[in-house]
Design a protein around this ligand. Structure first.
Ligand code: IFM
Length: 465
């Protein structure tokens, strides 16, 4: 038997987001998800949109009790810009929203659960997208900073952990390269501009936070995916280097190492994709300092050198590599055959330790997708049997434990997610929750993974034979 014990005061909980859980009722504005779903419901799995989802708006008290029941000491959600802010230009808040978020956060705190609050989880207000192009516009970076300043002023005295953006590269990929987020454009130069502007918005929000001299911490959550090669050839290694540069270092280096990779700037210039920037903006980003990093990890990236010509008429990172499926890999049969590679957790942790000053970080999302059928029905003991998920979570945590023993500065784990929630174009196709959500009744039903997590969180350790 081996026991894997974690450091004292380790954070255990789950991550979710406002647009995926709250429901759209009462918002003064629509987000791009509300409006896109209204315009093109057929793009969403079974046509289900974000209007009701988990109905957290009305059920938050019950939900906080459920968090407590499975041992959470922390929970991440996000404030919806389109809910909190009445006047998107001035940052004036909406009174109803202020009441809701205060009550929700207070309920967590009263139950010993530390709220970690994110400000942007892919949910641009529709009006800002239509009027200015969302983060295509520098003006919107100022509006984001106003929204952030309002949130800090209203809740900064009770929230200890703030996050500016969750997975900031995803709206760039989805909205400007690969067509899975609104505005569904395909334009490499615009993608680079949006990426830069998001970093600028992040830096402006951090600056507002520092100006208010609050006692909490502020960070950012990045989805980091190591790139593994098909073989050891120089060509494949170069392909992996490009993938790492474009998908990981593009955000990690400016936000943690305080520098834009020279090679990235050269590459973007080569493809006529360099964003418009000023010296002051670059210095604001590279001079900005985060207190902690969140890391989301689900699947490894496997690449090989290109063997077929690149045919797209706009730039994407795949100009420099092709994706590769490892014939010896393990795959999740319940999630598009996604590869399972727990060792990546160790590799991410050592990369942060060795190349990013061993900044304090936490595993902000890790999750195993299953569909309803594979999770199966409620068992006689009232629990849904998702044992597949537990075994995989344990394997990933063994790697995290090994990394911490080797010096990784990790302070917590949040699993994605608490209650099955709405997931963008996939809607409720894939389930991740500790609790199942019944879409008809809204009922929450515990899964075996939730009970496993309770024992883990309460004892701060787990044991394997
Ligand atoms: O649902 C998403 C979340 O919004 C961001 N990270 C990945 C999750 C699962 O796909």
């Amino acid at each position: 038997m081996t026991t894997y014990a974690f450091p004292n005061h380790f954070l255990w909980g789950a991550a979710a987001s406002g647009p995926q859980t709250e429901g759209a009722e009462g918002k003064p504005h629509r987000s791009i998800w509300d409006s896109w779903h209204a315009a093109q419901p057929e793009r969403f799995y079974r046509g289900i949109g974000p209007e009701t989802v988990c109905n957290t708006l009305h059920r938050y008290k019950e939900d906080v009790a459920l968090m407590k029941h499975i041992g959470f000491n922390s929970f991440r959600t996000s404030i919806q810009w389109s809910r909190l802010i009445d006047d998107l230009e001035t940052g004036e808040p909406n009174a109803e929203a202020v009441r809701f978020y205060n009550d929700y956060f207070d309920e967590m705190i009263a139950n010993g659960i530390e709220p970690m609050v994110n400000l942007y989880h892919f949910d641009m207000p529709e009006e800002l997208q239509n009027r200015y192009g969302g983060f295509e516009s520098k003006h919107v970076t100022d509006l984001f900073a106003r929204f952030a300043a309002t949130a800090f002023r209203l809740f900064g005295h009770k929230i200890k952990y703030w996050i500016t953006f969750n997975e900031p590269i995803v709206p760039v990929e989805g909205g400007y390269l690969y067509d899975f987020h609104y505005p569904c454009k395909k334009d490499g130069k615009l993608a680079a501009q949006v990426a830069f502007n998001i970093m600028l918005a992040h830096a402006k929000a951090v600056q507002c936070y520092r100006e208010q001299a609050l006692t909490g911490e502020i960070g950012v959550v990045l989805n980091l995916t190591p790139s593994y090669t098909r073989n050891d050839s120089a060509e494949d290694k170069k392909a992996a280097w490009y993938a790492d540069l474009l998908f990981n270092r593009s955000f990690l280096d400016p936000l943690v190492k305080h520098q834009f990779p020279k090679e990235l700037c050269e590459l973007l210039a080569l493809h006529q994709c360099l964003p418009e920037t000023t010296k002051e903006e670059v210095s604001l980003i590279t001079g900005s300092h985060i207190d902690f990093l969140g890391v989301n990890y689900y699947v490894p990236r496997r690449v090989q050198a290109r063997e077929t010509p690149y045919t797209l008429d706009y730039f994407t990172p795949e100009f420099y590599f092709e994706n590769y499926v490892d014939p010896n890999g393990r795959f999740n049969p319940y999630r598009d055959n996604n590869e399972i590679h727990p060792q990546a957790i160790y590799d991410i942790a050592t990369n942060i330790r060795d190349n990013y000053g061993n900044i304090k970080w936490y595993l902000a999302e890790i999750g195993i997708a299953m569909d309803l059928q594979s999770e199966g029905p409620v068992q006689a003991d009232g629990v849904i049997d998702d044992g597949f998920r537990i075994g995989l979570m344990e394997e990933h945590l063994v790697q995290l434990h090994r990394a911490i023993a080797d010096g990784a500065n990790c302070f917590g784990v949040h699993q994605w997610t608490f209650i099955d929630n709405w997931s963008w174009l996939n809607s409720f196709k894939r389930r991740y929750g500790f609790y199942r959500l019944d879409l008809e009744t809204g009922k929450r039903q515990i899964k075996r993974n939730g009970l496993w997590f309770k024992a883990l969180a309460q004892s701060n350790q787990f044991t394997l034979e």
